[in-house]
Design a protein around this ligand. Structure first.
Ligand code: WTA
Length: 635
């Protein structure tokens, strides 16, 4: 296996090597994988264009590295333990050998539908093993999977299907979330109403309840798999062939399809998983993320399975049937590694420690967090009560675009500090740059978080819009990848992520663009315009505060209008984007050139209007007082 770090000295040594001789360093890590053909160059890149290539001209299939490479040693080992939403329903289990058979069947079924290398496949599914199977089946045949989180609305799904130009959608009749069932197939039907590109919809039957099937288009999962062989030769891909597209939010209204490569992503997701979590044979790894997000891709599916890990996958919500569910799962499967989001920790923390009574947590060895800054209270609670002062808490900073963890402690190796992501992983060269483009050297500095040198797991493009890729990540600060986050490097050289510096917000670990939410609100017939900002929220990290200009209210008054705005957002994006606070305002604070001064709204929403700074460029200064007086938070 690749170099595994197990001492702090070892970390510094590896880090040094990775910076002084990056190509040699990454070639060494890549050597432990199964390549059908070796690379001619380790990397060729140019951030100006930008072009990024890793393991150039090498040939491989990522699923051969999950299965064939490990079958002799891991074939009979459990790959997936699946825990259903309802604790009384039977769980399901797959060994690596079993998983390979059904991945192959599904791959053959996709081939029978005419899906081939380079085609896109949309997966809109609940957290069932079939979702992981479908992901791997696509990878087996070189089809590009695009998983759409099953909490997105029909409209959001339709946008992604259209953008990805998918001909096939895999879904389920329903999904379970706590006591609710979500009518996924119905949402797909609605999304596809205006699409004639999609010729096939495959429906996994999660519940007994039948759903209408559209003739010649829809097929049930069992029928789809019928008479398929459990053998399917892996399609041999180029290292740079796309493995998947995953949509994420940015500063503008339109979500962007982040494109990840095959070879580089494989090396990076596997290397970071092994090192950050220090997973060892016999451990049991539980990641609470949905496969619909990047964390699910890199650290529920690819990273762990490439390492032959035993994973636990959970279908439901963390607090159902009660707030002890996570700890029941830890006990039931003897989980050693628990990777989750700070929002989940905060939510469970507020429910009180009685939910921990009688729970078996002694199997735990490592706790990881991702998605947003973890505040000190949450860090201490999870460290003291869940990790029982025994388990390192690894606060991992990374992004959909980075493919894998970038800045994080190596579990048990790097000394941790609450709310710090600590030090960069080998191969990652963070640079802090101020707003004038000046690099901030040394310690005790802060600014925009950029990265100097490419790493194998980084995104290669935005699907169908390479120019936007360049503009978004490589234009603000010349020669660097710009993350969109602010960061502080403290006196010890430790990194603390300060949050986004752009118009992206992090709500319960879900990444949303404020422009996207504004667009949805502005669709309301009575709304003139709106401005959305994030504000500190005790559980969600950030909540959504919408300032809405709506001169006339219809029947139902203010309450009615707010409700219909919420419904509109639900419909256009999904419940995750529903505003927590909607304040109707006569106008927005705008500069004379018509630009909304969001800075002011952010400060008001944060409850801090004591020093609003220079507002003399505002067209109408009085509007600020009016908004403050009627604010929905204490200002
Ligand atoms: C934020 C999730 C602080 C950050 C893997 C980043 C974090 C965005 C952390 C990416 C962390 C992620 N501490 N902030 N440990 N991890 N973030 O694309 O703002 O869903 O830019 O990827 O989440 O969110 P995304």
């Amino acid at each position: 296996m690749f170099n595994k770090i197990n001492t702090l000295g070892g970390y510094f040594h590896e880090y040094q090597k990775s910076v002084s001789e990056p190509e040699k360093f990454w070639a060494q890590q890549a050597d432990s994988f199964y390549w059908r053909q070796r690379w001619t160059h380790v990397t060729q890149w140019d951030f100006e264009k930008p072009t990024i290539n890793w393991f150039c001209n090498a040939k491989l299939n990522i699923t051969e590295n999950i299965f064939e490479k490990n079958l002799y040693t891991h074939g009979e080992q459990i790959a997936i333990d699946w825990e259903p939403n309802d604790p009384n329903e039977a769980s399901r289990q797959y060994t690596y050998q079993e998983l390979l058979s059904v991945v192959n069947q599904t791959a053959n079924a996709l081939k029978r539908e005419g899906i081939k290398k380079g085609d896109t496949v949309i997966l809109y599914m609940p957290m069932v093993p079939e979702l992981v199977i479908a992901v791997l089946a696509c990878a087996r045949i070189g089809a590009i999977h695009s998983v759409v989180f099953a909490g997105f609305s029909a409209q959001a799904l339709a946008d992604r299907v259209r953008d990805a130009e998918a001909k096939i959608v895999l879904t389920a009749n329903f999904g379970y979330r706590a006591e609710k069932t979500i009518a996924l197939k119905q949402i797909v039907d609605e999304a596809l109403e205006k699409s004639d590109l999609v010729q096939r919809v495959v429906v996994y039957q999660r519940t007994q309840k039948e759903v209408p099937l559209k003739k010649d288009r829809d097929i049930l999962w069992d029928e789809f798999l019928a008479d398929t062989s459990t053998d399917c030769p892996a399609e041999i891909l180029d290292s740079e062939d796309p493995l998947f597209i995953l949509y994420t939010s940015g500063s503008t209204g339109q979500p962007k399809g982040i494109v990840h490569s095959t070879g580089g992503y494989m090396v990076y997701s596997a290397y970071t998983f092994a090192n950050v979590f220090q997973y060892q044979d016999g451990d049991v790894y539980f990641c609470t993320a949905d496969v619909g997000w990047i964390t699910g891709h890199s650290y529920l599916v690819y990273g762990p399975l490439l390492n032959g890990a035993h994973i636990v996958m959970y279908e439901g919500v963390p607090s159902w049937p009660d707030s002890g569910r996570m700890w029941d799962i830890v006990g039931k499967y003897q989980v050693t590694h628990f990777y989750t989001a700070p929002t989940l920790i905060r939510a469970l923390l507020t429910m009180g420690n009685e939910y921990l009574e009688g729970k078996a947590l002694s199997s735990l060895k490592v706790i990881g967090t991702v998605g947003e800054p973890i505040n000190e209270d949450a860090w201490h609670w999870v460290h003291d009560h869940i990790g029982q002062n025994r388990c390192p808490v690894v606060d991992t900073w990374w992004q959909t675009e980075t493919g894998g963890v970038m800045i994080a402690p190596i579990a048990g190796v790097t000394p941790t500090k609450p709310s710090f992501a600590t030090l960069p992983l080998p191969g990652i060269q963070p640079v802090i740059i101020d707003n004038d483009g000046q690099e901030q050297r040394g310690n005790s500095v802060e600014g925009n978080l950029c990265i100097r040198y490419p790493w194998p797991g980084m995104a290669r493009s935005i699907w169908g819009d390479h120019e936007r890729f360049k503009q978004t990540y490589f234009s603000q600060f010349e020669h660097y990848y710009f993350s969109g986050d602010g960061v502080r490097r403290d006196e010890d050289g430790y990194y603390r992520i300060l949050g986004r510096v752009d118009d992206v917000i992090n709500v319960s670990g879900h990444r949303l663009g404020t422009a996207e939410i504004e667009n949805a609100i502005n669709e309301h017939p009575l709304v003139n315009e709106s401005a959305v900002v994030g504000y500190p929220h005790p559980i969600k990290g950030q909540g959504i505060y919408a300032f809405v200009v709506c001169p006339q209210t219809s029947t139902g008054g203010e309450a009615g209008i707010k409700q219909s705005i919420e419904q509109g957002v639900n419909k256009l994006i999904g419940p995750i984007a529903r505003p927590d606070l909607i304040q109707l305002v006569p106008n927005l604070p705008k500069t004379r050139s018509g630009k909304i001064m969001r800075r002011i709204l952010r400060q008001i929403a944060a409850g801090d209007a004591t020093s609003l700074g220079d507002i003399s460029t505002l067209l109408d200064e009085q509007i600020v007082d009016i908004i403050i007086n009627e604010a929905l938070v204490d200002v």
